[in-house]
Design a protein around this ligand. Structure first.
Ligand code: GDP
Ligand code: ADP
Length: 198
């Protein structure tokens, strides 16, 4: 029997993807598993290698891509990010709903695979709010922040294209956004819960 459908989270940097998916992983331990991507960007304070990302050099990343280790990869804001086959398999082997946090290039690549995920777009209420949140997060240099805001405009437009996402969630009030997210995933959550009942 096919395992549960994965869930793709996409949307502008700073929209709240990590915040929302961490809440899901915490509330539904044993239901969701995170696909740990590889990245060439440096870890932020508090991030853990192997948990948030696998942090690698550009050379290692390029070698892995050339070897065919990745389902998809993309350059985002000066760094390479990619989903390895192993990352997704590790989650699916446990019969968990695999969560992918990827940019719009990743969404386009995943669409060409047989992963068949539910596509969720997380959007900020406005560009102004997005910029405030990104600044308050204090993880980016001014240059990195400006790059992210430029790409954000494109990601926001992309989410409005018909057929790109199964659900678009505007993350204004966090608790409300989280409830909408749960409602959208309820059916898949229930399937996993039923399949693990003894
Ligand atoms: N295509 C692709 N994008 C990824 C992957 N991992 C992360 N991203 C995206 O890369 C962008 C930057 O991520 P990150 O540096 O963690 O910054 P943040 O989104 O501001 O927290 C985000 O849009 C992520 O969704 C991946 O494996 N593949
Ligand atoms: N609904 C919200 N209201 C206020 N701040 C939020 C909300 N959602 C997320 N944040 C904050 O905004 C910043 C960006 O969120 P984050 O989850 O890191 O975004 P992403 O993973 O999409 O880049 C973080 O500092 C986070 O704590």
């Amino acid at each position: 029997m096919a395992g549960p459908r994965p869930v793709v989270f996409s949307g502008p940097s700073g929209a709240g993807k990590s915040t929302l998916l961490k809440k899901l992983l915490k509330e539904f331990d044993g239901v969701f598993g995170f696909s740990v991507s590889h990245t060439t960007r440096k870890p932020r304070p508090g991030e853990e290698n192997g948990k948030d990302y696998h942090y690698v050099s550009r050379e290692e990343m390029q070698a892995g891509i050339a070897k065919g280790d990745f389902i998809e990869s993309a350059e985002f804001s000066g760094n390479i990010y990619g989903t390895s086959k192993a990352a997704v398999q590790a989650v699916q082997a446990q019969n968990l709903i695999c969560i992918l946090d990827i940019d719009m290039q990743g969404v386009k690549s995943i669409r060409k695979t047989n992963l068949n995920p539910i596509y969720v777009s997380i959007q900020p209420p406005s560009m102004d709010v997005l910029e405030k949140r990104l600044r308050a997060r204090q993880t980016e240099s001014e240059e990195s922040l400006q790059k992210r805001l430029q790409v954000a405009l494109i990601e926001m437009e992309f989410s409005k294209e018909a057929g790109q996402f199964d659900v678009v969630i505007v993350n204004d009030i966090l608790d409300e956004a989280y409830e909408k997210l749960k409602a959208a995933l309820l059916q898949e959550i229930q399937k996993v819960k039923n399949s693990t009942k003894v």
